[in-house]
Design a protein around this ligand. Structure first.
Ligand code: SF4
Ligand code: SF4
Length: 427
């Protein structure tokens, strides 16, 4: 009976059976470290998943909570000796939780009625931006009604009241001079489009400077990360199919991303949820992080050409989980930072530990999120850097909030924004 009932979970039975219960995944699991609750570790979750399949455990609210209390940081799968793909298992369980409607109605409404429609998403972003203005004026009062900061202490909110990237970037962006060496498409993601559009403009400009023609398809929609990590597979599939269509037949040899989470979803989630769709695999195969492409084109070698600066800006780098463990990119951003004129790169401790954000997790479990963020903020402070760079807009927001909460005056920037700042001051 459960075989029929939990088809998605059944499809990951091999992964479940791979777990040898060694508990190696307890180390560095941010939620287990803070709770010592077995069901918040990967091993505990896998045991629950097995129980659900065998019919000994039901899909209760408690189980739903255990599976939502996870940052999808991939630490567990990175250290797992037999290499269990833990996220595949967690996602399968979450999908059945979602089907059973154990999640909130507002969340479902946003997934189903807002995410697939860029105009509606833009309206929601502007409303959120306006309410966060009120919140800055009266944090305690607003915090009573919205999940901004339960203790009423001002929280850093995304800058959503501005023109989005869609209205600032053309559909085709050609290199201004010199010959075109590559033609790529750019998948910006919603956070870059709505909260950090400058980053998107800088990504396109820097690729143009390296001789890359950048196509920015207007029909692209949210990658589906909020729906995917919540287990809403129907919405994720719908969004994936829209994006596959938007990026089909563009005659490009890469799909460039500047948001680690979007990149990871395009690369890993699309082929998982659309196993029979060649378009999903083709799209996944083309995903390239923009920093990796710059390094592949040796763009960073030109940065340092005239570095005579005495005073250097001390910069450290935070590895987004979905970039390092999701896409295997960690050396390239460091290479870029080390080659930027006027920049002194310093490594922080545990640069690849999770910042605590992880989308809905940061809203739902803000206290735990900020406890994780506190450790990160302290590591940044200890590095002595005055700027922390990262390559994921969600990490940017979480880091800014965590640093602000600790009272540290340290700037947070996307790699593309720091490159722009450093190079434009030298023109
Ligand atoms: S490290 Fe891997 S095999 Fe060991 S308990 Fe965790 S998930 Fe299972
Ligand atoms: S993904 Fe991260 S938070 Fe979730 S169980 Fe694995 S290590 Fe823990």
């Amino acid at each position: 009976m459960n075989r029929m009932k939990y088809e998605f979970l059944e499809s990951v039975r091999d992964e479940i059976d791979k777990c040898v219960k060694c508990a190696a995944c307890h180390a560095d699991c941010p939620t287990y470290e803070r709770s010592f609750s077995e069901t918040l570790s990967a091993r505990g979750k896998i045991r629950l998943a097995k129980g659900i399949l065998e019919g000994s455990i039901g899909l209760s609210k408690r189980v739903a909570k255990d599976f939502s209390l996870c940052l999808s940081c991939l630490n567990c799968s990175a250290v797992c000796p037999p290499g269990v793909d833990t996220l595949k298992i967690f996602t399968a369980v979450r999908s059945h939780v979602y089907e059973k409607k154990e999640r909130g109605r507002i969340e479902s409404f946003i997934h189903e009625q807002v995410l697939p429609y860029p105009k509606r998403l833009n309206i929601l972003a502007k409303l959120t931006g306006a309410s966060s203005l009120l919140y800055r004026m009266a944090p305690r009062m607003i915090a009573r009604y919205f999940p901004y900061a339960p203790d009423g202490k001002a929280r850093v909110t995304p800058p959503l009241l501005q023109s989005g990237l869609r209205s600032r970037l053309k559909e085709v962006n050609k290199p201004r001079d010199g010959k075109t060496v590559r033609r790529v498409a750019y998948f910006s993601g919603c956070m870059t489009d709505l909260a950090y559009p400058d980053t998107g403009v800088h990504v396109a400009e820097q690729l143009n400077s390296a001789g890359v023609e950048v196509v920015f398809p207007e029909e692209q929609v949210c990658c589906g990360a909020p729906a995917y990590f919540a287990g809403d597979m129907e919405t994720t599939r719908k969004l994936a199919m829209k994006n596959i269509e938007a990026f089909r037949n563009l005659n490009v040899d890469a799909i460039v991303i500047s948001c680690a989470t979007c990149g990871s979803v395009l690369k890993h989630a699309y082929p998982q949820i659309l196993p029979d769709d060649n378009g999903a695999k083709e799209m996944a195969d083309k995903v390239v992080d923009f920093q990796s492409l710059l390094v592949e084109l040796e763009a960073e070698k030109k940065f340092k050409a005239d570095d005579y600066s005495d005073e250097k800006l001390k910069v450290t780098y935070h590895d987004p989980c979905h970039l390092k463990r999701g896409l295997g990119v960690s050396e390239e951003p460091r290479l870029i930072l080390k080659n930027l004129p006027g920049v002194q790169f310093v490594e922080m401790e545990n640069a690849d530990s999770c910042c605590g954000g992880s989308g809905a997790f940061g809203l739902e479990y803000y206290e735990m999120s900020m406890d994780i963020g506190k450790a990160k903020a302290n590591a940044i402070k200890k590095s002595g850097a005055s700027v922390v760079v990262t390559s994921c807009p969600m990490c940017q927001l979480t880091l800014a909030d965590a640093l602000n909460r600790q009272g540290y005056d340290i700037e947070v920037k996307h790699t593309a924004d720091l490159i722009d700042q450093v190079l434009s001051t030298r023109k």
